[in-house]
Design a protein. Sequence first.
Length: 347
Amino acid sequence: MTEPDFNDLLSRFDLRDMAGFTRKFVDDLRSSMSATIDIGEDSDWSGVICLGMGGSGAGGLFLRALSDDSGGLPFVVWRDYGLPSWWGPDWLVIATSYSGNTEETLDGVREAISNGGTVVGICSGGKLEDTLLESEGSVCLNVPTGQMPRSAFGHIFGTQLSACWSLGLLPEPRPEEITGMLSRLSEVSADADISDNSGMAATLSRSLVGKEVGIVSPACLGPAAYRFSCQLNENSAIHATSSDVPEMNHNEIVAWSINEPTNRALLLLSSDDLHPRTTARIDWMIDEVEASPTWVIDCDGESLLERLLYAAHVTDWISIGLAVLTEEDPSDMHAIESLKSHLASIQ
């Protein structure tokens, strides 16, 4: 049987060019990471709280992982209305809303400002920009408009990184390290593009048709695994979940180890430089868990940042491939738009 032609499928079902935006991921990163951000370094913060939802909020999880790996401050991700009860103005707020109109994020920003907090906002305009421009001491960093938030991850996360580097919240790589990383990611991007109908992303997406997907990763790659599950939910319109090793080895693994036929695929993210006991746990799962298909995605990179970006980009292509194989527009989000209309009607 002839394999489906992804070029034909993209032309028929990718109506708002999700693939085109995905091809620009590394360029988006490069431009946003090199942008001049006029923020003075401040070493007095107790921590950073990241506000954001969906595609706009994913970067906060990545920042937290980087800080856990090599930072000096706690990063907390808050995906709800308001702020946690323990928050105080000694905690910097990084608020991300691509549209600038995400109601949960705006609610937290207003609470922070009214209680003397400092907010660094990242958006393409909207109410968030207006609110921050009226707040003395807060900053609004703009990203290009005109695409779905989940396709603008390069713009969003690159800007978040630049802000954290400028403020001294995370250690900044040397220029030559960034250049090398982006060069390698450009090669990864070309290899992952499904339009040539070959490569791991194209093959893996074909194997996932009709499956529910469970994604398992070491905790350090957990943000990429979670984002992958969300991309499969939203781009591909399938059920997908993510969990971390070692935690899932103390609970979820029981369900995976039952030797009965299921309709669930197992995807494992892995990489070098893991704790040896984590590697042993992943190896056991590969040998002992019966799921069809089972895939291991080795996330290459010379740093945790590069490995996270590798995972985020390659899995984006898998979600797009699976979407068009099942005749879904990867940009469609009818349920989300319907919910927003409902919420607007009851304000």
